[in-house]
Design a protein around this ligand. Structure first.
Ligand SMILES: [Ca+2]
Ligand SMILES: [Ca+2]
Ligand SMILES: [Zn+2]
Length: 296
C-alpha cells in the first residue's frame, strides 16, 4: 500500500480531541517526543501516531470501584472505506474483519499473555463505502468528520472501527472522556493494511486495532511522561523514556526506575510480533474508564 506523506499531527485542527496512532513515514524528524500525552515517532521507517495533548483522567474522588468478575461485551461496528476493488484500495475481505475481531478478543483475554481484561468484542455489523476522499482521510480532517458523521453507529459503548488508507498513520483513536461531547466522532481509525494478514509488513497481526482500542478504553502509552512517577497513570507498567522500535529485549530506557521497558505491552510502539500483553493495572484502569465514561 502507499506509504509516506504522513501529515504532521500539529496540522490537525482538533488534535486535542484525539489520541492518535501509528504512521508510515520515514522522516524521524516529523514527530518525536513532545512531552505531551502521546507522541509520534519513527522507527524503522514507521511512525505510529500523531501527537496529541488530550487526556482522559477521571476527576479525583470519582474513580469507580470495579467489582470482581466485572465483564463487558462491546458491540463493534466495522465501517470499511475503500477507493477501489483491490485490497490496497481498502477492499479488505469479510474474513479479515472477522479475524480482526478475533484478535481483539484474544488480546483482551490474555491469549498471548498478560491480564485477562473485562472486555469482549462482538461484531454487530460491517458496512462498506467506496469514497476516495474518506479512504484518504487525514487525522482530524474534514473528510474524517464527514465519514464519521455519515457512518458512526451506536452509543458511547459501541466501538466503531474505520479501516482506511491511514494518511501515513497506522491509526488513531478517541479517548473515553471525549465520547459524550461528540459521540459521532468516537471510535478507532486503522490502516486497512494493519488488519490480520494485511499489507503492512511487521504491523499486520491486527494489534494496531488492539492498541487503538486501548486508547479508546482510556489507556495512555507506556512511555507517557517518560521517566517519571506520573508516567502512564498505571502502577505496574515500568517507566519508559521513549517509544520502542522493533522488539529490543532488555531495553531499559529509565535505568534508575525499577523494571525493564514494557516492550511487550500493547500500549508501546513495538512491532506487532513483539506484543503479548496488557497488565493487571491497565485492565483495572480500562474498567474504571468504562464505568465512568462508557457504561450505558
Ligand atoms: Ca507506569
Ligand atoms: Ca527501568
Ligand atoms: Zn497509541
Amino acid at each position: 500500500m502507499a506509504v509516506g506523506n504522513a501529515p504532521a499531527a500539529e496540522q490537525s485542527d482538533n488534535a486535542a480531541d484525539l489520541a492518535a496512532c501509528n504512521a508510515l513515514i520515514s522522516d524521524p524528524g516529523l514527530g518525536g517526543l513532545d512531552g505531551g500525552r502521546t507522541s509520534s515517532v519513527a522507527r524503522g521507517g514507521v511512525v505510529r501516531e500523531p501527537a496529541s495533548s488530550a487526556d482522559t483522567e477521571i476527576p479525583a474522588g470519582s474513580v469507580p470501584k470495579v467489582s470482581k468478575g466485572f465483564s463487558v461485551t462491546v458491540p463493534v461496528y466495522f465501517h470499511v472505506i475503500t477507493q477501489g476493488n483491490s485490497e490496497a484500495d481498502g477492499n479488505v475481505s469479510q474474513q479479515m474483519v472477522r479475524n480482526q475481531v478475533d484478535v481483539l478478543n484474544r488480546t483482551y483475554n490474555a491469549y498471548y499473555g498478560g491480564s485477562d481484561t473485562a472486555f469482549n468484542f462482538k461484531l454487530i455489523d460491517t458496512d462498506r463505502t467506496r469514497n476516495a476522499d474518506w479512504f484518504n482521510m487525514g487525522y482530524g480532517s474534514r473528510a474524517e468528520r464527514a465519514a464519521k458523521a455519515a457512518l458512526h453507529r451506536g452509543g458511547v459503548n459501541a466501538l466503531n472501527i474505520y479501516p482506511v488508507e491511514g494518511a501515513g498513520f497506522l491509526g488513531w483513536a478517541t479517548f473515553p472522556k471525549d465520547a459524550h461531547s461528540q459521540v459521532w466522532m468516537d471510535g478507532v481509525v486503522v490502516a486497512s493494511g494493519s488488519l490480520p494478514g494485511g499489507l503492512i509488513d511487521r504491523f499486520n497481526l491486527g494489534f494496531t486495532a488492539t492498541h487503538e482500542a486501548g486508547h479508546w478504553l482510556g489507556l495512555y502509552h507506556t512511555f507517557q511522561n517518560g521517566c517519571s512517577t506520573e508516567g502512564d497513570g498505571v502502577d505496574d507498567t515500568p517507566a519508559q523514556r521513549f517509544p520502542t522500535s522493533g522488539c529490543p529485549e532488555g531495553q531499559d530506557s529509565c535505568p534508575t526506575d525499577p523494571g525493564l521497558d514494557p516492550i511487550h505491552n500493547y500500549m508501546d510502539y513495538s512491532d506487532d510480533p513483539c506484543y503479548t500483553e496488557f497488565t493487571r493495572d491497565q485492565s483495572t484502569r480500562m474498567s474504571q474508564q468504562w464505568l465512568f465514561y462508557r457504561a450505558q
